[in-house]
Design a protein around this ligand. Structure first.
Ligand code: NCD
Length: 309
């Protein structure tokens, strides 16, 4: 019921409602207002793969709302003894009220959602989806531009293995954005996703060149080449470092253009961009807290008050 495995689990109205709730929760996310909406509730953070922001912002979100967090990592647990995902998730069903799960295998979040009673939030399944990241990305775009409609969004980098852009592109076309997909041909957005985007009536352009896209972009969303998903190191070496954005590249950009990145960055965005008006990626990482607060409340059936003080 409260599962969020892909963006298809949320209607456009629900997305807007979550973004609005997240906006009201910003003072709580910052620790300026105490609002223990989730007191007595337990979140299981199930991370079978590396994470900094996703795991920690889920934890901060839960704790700022008065809830508790069980932190699981595949290191130091019975996974090393050969326990299956199914069995591990059965335990969590009894220990927690909601779980965020990240797993290297595509489909693992849906598998978990089918295996347990508690709501599952997909925190990244292999090269599949990353819907809670998409929610904070949408929050950040709305913050920068006031609305999601009619924007030119340029998605750059590893569109094949990057799960953030799989979920984000789908959500953006539902809100009427035009997309430009910039990648080397070997890392193109998978065909079935491009067909899905076009089936929503979206204008979708594919290219290998980033430089030509900067002047007309409202958002440039950079991504890391997903080294860990390459079957062959040599293939990675061919595309490593292919797209790099520096402050001097942005001189012709629109003033309100937002440079975003789910992070971690490797070398896609030079530190010189950090001090420009375009840099949004650290704010974006913070936005994970209020957005995940709103998502946790939804999954647990807790209403966010209309006024938060
Ligand atoms: C992303 C992920 O894990 O997919 N990171 C994140 O959640 N902020 C992007 C990445 O690892 O490149």
């Amino acid at each position: 019921m409260g599962d969020v495995v892909t963006m298809d689990d949320l209607t456009n109205d629900e997305i807007i409602e979550i973004l609005d709730s997240a906006e009201r929760l910003v003072p709580v996310a910052k620790g300026e207002v105490n609002l223990p909406l989730l007191e007595g509730k337990v979140l299981a953070n199930m991370f079978f793969e590396n994470s900094t922001r996703t795991r920690m912002s889920f934890e901060t979100a839960m704790k700022r709302l008065g809830g508790a967090v069980l932190n699981f990592s595949s290191i130091g647990t019975s996974v090393a003894k050969g326990e299956t995902l199914y069995d591990t998730m059965q335990m969590i069903d009894g220990y927690a009220d909601v779980a965020a799960i990240r797993h290297p295998r595509q489909g693992a979040a849906q598998y978990s959602a089918d295996a347990v009673e508690i709501p599952i939030l997909n925190a990244g399944d292999g090269a599949g989806n990353h819907p809670t990241q998409t929610m904070l990305d949408l929050f950040t775009i709305r913050q920068a531009h006031g609305s999601l409609e009619g924007l030119n969004v340029v998605l750059v980098g590893d569109l094949r293995y990057g799960r953030t852009v799989h979920s984000l592109s789908h959500a953006l076309v539902r809100f009427g954005a035009s997309l430009t997909l910039v990648s080397p041909t070997t890392l193109r957005m998978p065909d079935e996703i491009v067909s899905d985007l076009r089936s929503h009536g979206a204008e979708v352009t594919e290219t290998e060149s980033l430089k030509d896209q900067i002047a007309h972009a409202d958002v440039i969303y950079m991504t890391r080449i997903q080294k860990e998903r390459f079957p062959d190191e040599d293939e990675y070496a061919k595309v490593a470092g292919i797209y790099k954005l520096g402050a001097s590249d942005l001189s012709g950009a629109k003033k309100a253009m937002a440079v975003m990145h789910p992070l971690p960055r490797v070398d896609e965005i030079a530190p010189s961009v950090d001090s420009t008006v375009h840099a949004r990626y650290f704010q974006q990482a913070f936005n994970g807290v209020p957005t995940r607060m709103a998502l946790l409340c939804r999954s647990l059936g807790v209403k966010v008050p209309k006024k938060v003080k």
